[in-house]
Structures are given as structure tokens and as C-alpha cells.
Ligand binder design. Structure first.
Ligand SMILES: *[C@@H]1O[C@H](CO)[C@@H](O)[C@H](O)[C@H]1NC(C)=O
Ligand SMILES: *[C@@H]1O[C@H](CO)[C@@H](O)[C@H](O)[C@H]1NC(C)=O
Ligand SMILES: *[C@@H]1O[C@H](CO)[C@@H](O)[C@H](O)[C@H]1NC(C)=O
Length: 330
């Protein structure tokens, strides 16, 4: 996705006289090719999809100043600039100055059978009011689908609560977890340990999917199985295999570049395996110039200790995973 001289912003325009309610263009994008001057003159513009490589680089740079709150949308942009396996796109309320960034799946490339995990949206805002207005008055977020909304700021969760009645959905908080960041350079001294010859490093593949599904805290459904399959087929992962070639400890990445489903089989706990697999994946991420971050239940003490040994910084930022379900599906 290298820069081309054309201006290929996808403009989503709404009728200025209908006091903010979308026109019949709902869910319908019209790619225009036009000049920068024309784009700036478009005063009724409410949101735009950034799909020019140079602009995504500018956005990335601005978002780096707002870590950890902007980490999820930042991770999505990194993936968009690579192969974009989850067909994500990023939209802003205005450009080049913006107050809201939303990473969402491209609708035309998201079949209806896609799991609600894969349909996750992530949000970062500089002004809560601007976020509320954007998602209330435009179709930036498609409330008619079941999806997970991931926000690292309290307001994302609050806005969903306030819009549920008017947009006909229910929002259920699935988990609320604390965000940690592994500082660079990684402290790998804690991950140097002598592995017995019967245990070896590898990465996850599709033969492990049932095990992943059965052990994931929010797994156990067709949707989670489909999602985990998509994750390990699209992104790097790290695991330790026992002598029989079965994974005993592992970690993978979600579509926002966030560490997820870090797990050690009960019989193998207490040996520091989880920090080995996390360190291995973290090194890979560092090479790709990705931030290394994840989220953890506050009371997960063993995992916290393992992360502390890797020099993790536990931020004061919490991730809200909110499952949004349209009322018609209930
Ligand atoms: C790195 O980890 C080792 C082992 O846990 C610890 O002794 C050391 O102080 C850490 N170094 C830094 C710079 O945090
Ligand atoms: C996924 O895990 C759940 C819970 O263990 C199980 O009921 C379900 O059958 C699994 N699905 C598949 C296809 O393995
Ligand atoms: C998947 O991993 C297993 C080890 O658990 C290995 O034996 C197998 O060859 C791998 N399959 C593929 C397709 O890489």
C-alpha cells in the first residue's frame, strides 16, 4: 500500500439538514478521487477512512504520543500497513487534526458469519463528546451487528450504555482488564532458563486449535474457534511443546497487535514457561517494530509475577471488552 499521488479518501457524507441522522447512504461508501483543497472545503464531513499510506504514518506518529490509551487502534494500523489479514480500516472524525480514531472491519469484506471477536472495533478519542457525537450521528459503528467494542478509555463503555436504547442494542461487559506494556529493550535475563531437552520452542498451528478453544477463558464456542483459527493463521504466535509435540504453554496476538490467550497447562505451571513464550513473541514483535502490550485480570497474580520478571509496566489504563448485541438477535 505505497503512496499514490491520487487522493483516495473515502468520504462518508451525511445530509447536513437532517440534524445528524444518516441519510439513505447508511453502510454505503463512495470513494471519490479529488484534491486536498476539495476535501478541506467539505465542511459537513463527519468521518473519513484514511487509506493513504503517508497519512497512516502521520496518524501512527500522533498516536504514539497517546500510549497506552491509543495502543489498540495503533496496533490495527500496523496490521493495516502490512498484509491486513483482518480487513481492518481506520477512520477519523476529521483530518489532519482529529479527535476520534476508530479501527473497524471493512464492511464489504466482513461476511455475516464472521465471529463477533473478528468484528471487534477499537476506539481512541481525545474528546469524549466528539466520540459520542460521531457514533451517534454517523454509521461509523454498525450497531446492527454483534461485535466486541474495545476501548482503553472509560468513556467508550459509558457511551455504549447511553446509546443502547436509541440504537437498539445491548452492551455486556465481558471483561475489564489492566493493560501492561513490556518496555524496550526487553529484559530477557529473566527468560534465560534451562529447558529440559524434552521441551522445545515452536509456534502454534491449526492442529492445536481444539486445545486453544478449550482453554481460552472466553472460548468454548463456534465463534471463538473460528476466531482463534484466524488469529494463528494470520499473526505470529509462540509456544512450548512437550516431548509428544503437544503445546504446554503459549501466547498469541489479536488483530490489534495485543498479546492474548497466554496460557500454561495446569500440570506445567510454576516453571516460568509463560515468561519464556511471552519473551519469544515479544522479541519477534520488537523486530517488527510493534509495541509489546497486553491485558491481564487484576487478580491474576502468577501471570503478573511472570510479567514483572520481564520488566512489564502495569499501566493505570483498563481495557473494556464490551459485547454489543442488536436487540433483534436476542
Ligand atoms: C532484568 O531481570 C533480571 C531478572 O529478573 C533482574 O535481576 C534485573 O534487575 C532486570 N533488569 C532491569 C534493567 O530491569
Ligand atoms: C470449543 O470449546 C468448547 C468448550 O470446551 C466446546 O464445547 C466446543 O465443542 C469446542 N468447539 C470445537 C469445535 O472444538
Ligand atoms: C503443527 O505442530 C505440530 C507440533 O505440535 C507438528 O508436529 C506439525 O508438523 C505442525 N503442523 C504444521 C502443518 O506445521
Amino acid at each position: 500500500m505505497k503512496t499514490t499521488p491520487k487522493w483516495a479518501l473515502h468520504l462518508f457524507c451525511f445530509h447536513p439538514t437532517t440534524s445528524g441522522s444518516p441519510t439513505g447512504l447508511q453502510g454505503d461508501s463512495h470513494p471519490f478521487h479529488q484534491t486536498r483543497q476539495l476535501v478541506q472545503a467539505q465542511v459537513t464531513l463527519r468521518m473519513l477512512v484514511l487509506d493513504i499510506w503517508d497519512e497512516l504514518q502521520v496518524l501512527k506518529k500522533e498516536l504514539r504520543c497517546c500510549f497506552p490509551e491509543s495502543l489498540k487502534v495503533y496496533g490495527a494500523i500496523l496490521n493495516i500497513c502490512q498484509e491486513n489479514p483482518f480487513h481492518q480500516e481506520v477512520l477519523v472524525d476529521s483530518w489532519p487534526s482529529f479527535r476520534v480514531v476508530i479501527a473497524r472491519p471493512q464492511r464489504e469484506k466482513t461476511p455475516s458469519e464472521t465471529s463477533y471477536f473478528a468484528r471487534s472495533c477499537a476506539v481512541f478519542y481525545r474528546e469524549l463528546g466528539a466520540y459520542q457525537q460521531l457514533v451517534k450521528d454517523t454509521d461509523a459503528i454498525d450497531w446492527s451487528q454483534e461485535f466486541l467494542l474495545q476501548g482503553l478509555q472509560d468513556g467508550v463503555h459509558q457511551v455504549s450504555r447511553s446509546l443502547a436504547a436509541v440504537k437498539y442494542f445491548s452492551a455486556k461487559l465481558v471483561t475489564q482488564t489492566q493493560v501492561f506494556v513490556l518496555q524496550k529493550p526487553l529484559n530477557l535475563s529473566a527468560s534465560v532458563s534451562v529447558l529440559g531437552s524434552e521441551v522445545k520452542f515452536s509456534s502454534l498451528n491449526l492442529t492445536h486449535i481444539t486445545l486453544l478453544n478449550d482453554t481460552w477463558s472466553v472460548g468454548g464456542s463456534e465463534q471463538s474457534l473460528q476466531y482463534l483459527t484466524q488469529l494463528i493463521s494470520s499473526f505470529p504466535s509462540s509456544c512450548l511443546l512437550d516431548a509428544r509435540g503437544c503445546p504446554i504453554s503459549w501466547v498469541l496476538l489479536d488483530q490489534f497487535g495485543c498479546l492474548t490467550h497466554a496460557y500454561t497447562m495446569p500440570a506445567h505451571r510454576g516453571k516460568g514457561y509463560i515468561q519464556l513464550v511471552i519473551a519469544a513473541l515479544a522479541q519477534e514483535l520488537e523486530k517488527m517494530d510493534y509495541p509489546v502490550y497486553g491485558d491481564i485480570l487484576e487478580n491474576n497474580t502468577p501471570m503478573k509475577k511472570a510479567l514483572q520478571r520481564l520488566g512489564a509496566h502495569f499501566t493505570s489504563c483498563f481495557l473494556f471488552y464490551d459485547l454489543h448485541t442488536p436487540l433483534v438477535l436476542q
